[in-house]
Ligand binder design. Sequence first.
Ligand SMILES: Nc1ncnc2c1ncn2[C@@H]1O[C@H](COP(=O)(O)OP(=O)(O)OP(=O)(O)O)[C@@H](O)[C@H]1O
Ligand SMILES: [Zn+2]
Length: 722
Amino acid sequence: MYLVAEVALNVPLYRNFDYLIEPHIQSDIAVGCRVAVQFGRQQLIGIVIKLKSDSEFMSKLRPISSLIDSHPIIDGHLISLVEFASHYYQNPLGESYQVALPNLLNKGEDLDKSAVPIIKLVDQNTKVTGKKQRQLIEHLIDSGSTPVTELSALGFSSSTVKSLLEKSIIEKTIEYNRDWQSKPLAKGDKPKLNREQAVALAAINQQSGYTCYLLEGVTGSGKTEVYLQALEKPLQQGQQALVLVPEIGLTPQTVNRFRRRFPNVPIMLWHSAMTDHERLSTWRAAQNQSAAIVIGTRSSVFLPFAQLAMIIVDEEHDLSFKQQDSLRYHARDLACFRAAKLAIPLILGSATPSLESVQNAKNQKYQLLTLTERAQTQTDNQYVLLDMRGQHQQSGLAQATLEYIKKELKRRKQVMVFLNRRGFSPSLICHECGWLSQCQRCSANATYHKHIRNLICHHCGSQEYVPTQCPCCGSTQIIPAGQGTEQVAEFLSEAFPDTPITRVDRDSTRKKGSLEAALNEINKGEPRILIGTQMLAKGHHFSEVSLVVIMDVDSGLYSYDFRATEHLAQLITQVSGRAGRSGEAGTVLLQTHFPEHPLLQDLINNGYQDFAHYALTEREEMQLPPFNCLAIIRCESHNPNDINNFLYDLIPEQLPSGIQLLGPVPAALERVAGKYRYQLHVQGNERKELHRYLNQLVSYISQSKLATKVRWSIDIDPVSMA
Ligand SMILES: Nc1ncnc2c1ncn2[C@@H]1O[C@H](COP(=O)(O)OP(=O)(O)OP(=O)(O)O)[C@@H](O)[C@H]1O
Ligand SMILES: [Zn+2]
């Protein structure tokens, strides 16, 4: 008989806690149930991870206060996933469950809540007058149906929905059922695959069990089409699939494409803009199989599918798949663990795969499938390296660039200008004494946002008014230094007064539905200049863009981070992929002061694959990941002495062989929000050795008094050195 439950609690301690099982819950309690327990003076909710007949602290144990679930809420597979993640990323188990489970479950919410209704279009013909109502109808024509929980994020208010319901143009139904599993799979129109796509699909369909496929296809080569057709097999068998996408890749266009293709299959979403209730409903739908496909961002890798038969990771190189706090997991790598454990296929797709994945394909850990041709055009984009040395610039744009833009607009095309910096200018400078606007709390500039007349620190968020006089010398000549998207948009609207301009960055898309509205404007296809950051760079299919201008190439060429060149090459390739997507080849113009730089030359002449090949050779020579394994111990505190004491204490007199320590070194931003930040890099030649060493290190730290004076964290396989 089990008398003791071992419980994982969300506390920053590397251990679990034993509680007594009282007789009245003995028959119901099981591994995977939530319990409420007394911890110190607080009531906490935890997960039962083990049942035991004894405990070394038996006489001191407190009883479980209450059993929340009469059945386990997670199965053995999910438990092993969270345990693996906790172990691999050296994060306490209770904290890891906190990340893996939806908020409401962590707070003790009952799992048995009613299902989410969907709305459907039932009458396309009745005319409506309201603009929003018309937009909703258009959206439903595109998507077929949409869960009510997604509507507000799309910018549709409940009153819009209500008026259409009253006119019986749409209906609201609950489709909490698993009918889809027994019905024959309905498929919307689909194109005939080209040869390369067909080869890739055949390879995926041929095998059963676990294989990880790296689908490396140039932008626009029809990777998504391969995913869609690969999904047919599991769906036909009534099995589920998970499609992981980057945070900004989850556009309505993408989702609609899946819904149009599989009209009688329930497809649900998972992303950070959803409310807790919305997320819980997706979680439950994955579990009770009323969702066939979930399209989700990073943390959807933890969803409790009952019949998972395929995982797809789109844009597998994307940095948003790595969580940057608490449990610092990489969703792609956990997807890999999960697929192997379940013996199901995993498809990693990208035009610009991470060097890790390229290397795994070389080692035959992944099976490489390549798409070299664009699906709808035969032509490759043409690159222009624009030498910026000595060029006259206006708001960061060379005269020659403006000529290119003018030419394309005249041909009634769209032009996309990419600059990965929002705001008006990255700082203000005093023209007389050289004072620079800086954040008081960070070792960083404060960005000038002109329309709100504020200086905002993009690291700690602190804001202040723009001074009318220089705080140093009193001069009134304070001018913007450098460019952000706000400035470029302003300048271009003066330079091309007759052309509409759409700016897409985090500032311009704060309002719900505004990104959607901007994308709709762009998709109308009229001549237009688009200016934006990362948000514009990936995944979008704008058919009329014929010229892409990348303004600031140089900042990625020389950086403290050994991954900077990889990220730059990915960015250039991805951004370029937005040009020339229908019919004719597009032009990609790179403004640079280093036109002879080997990276740029290689990339534009030979493509990303070639770049990746040479970049890997370089990594191998320098013994950097993926040729060794890396972890960073980060530490921050108001007091630099405490940091020093803590980090130097970790350096032993003798290191085990195969392990190297580097540092302590200051972080790229040495101070953020008033705190100093330092790092210690731990490198291992072999994964096993590194993990053995880190285990010891973490258990040492968790006992260390010096650790209590600082904030520390450990990052395994970091994607950023910041
Ligand atoms: N075999 C095909 N025949 C005709 N059109 C196709 C084919 N495959 C894909 N397409 C079309 O080509 C366009 C690009 O395809 P898709 O979006 O699947 O490419 P992708 O590789 O996923 O693009 P990106 O890298 O930009 O995400 C889409 O409009 C798609 O419908
Ligand atoms: Zn700051």
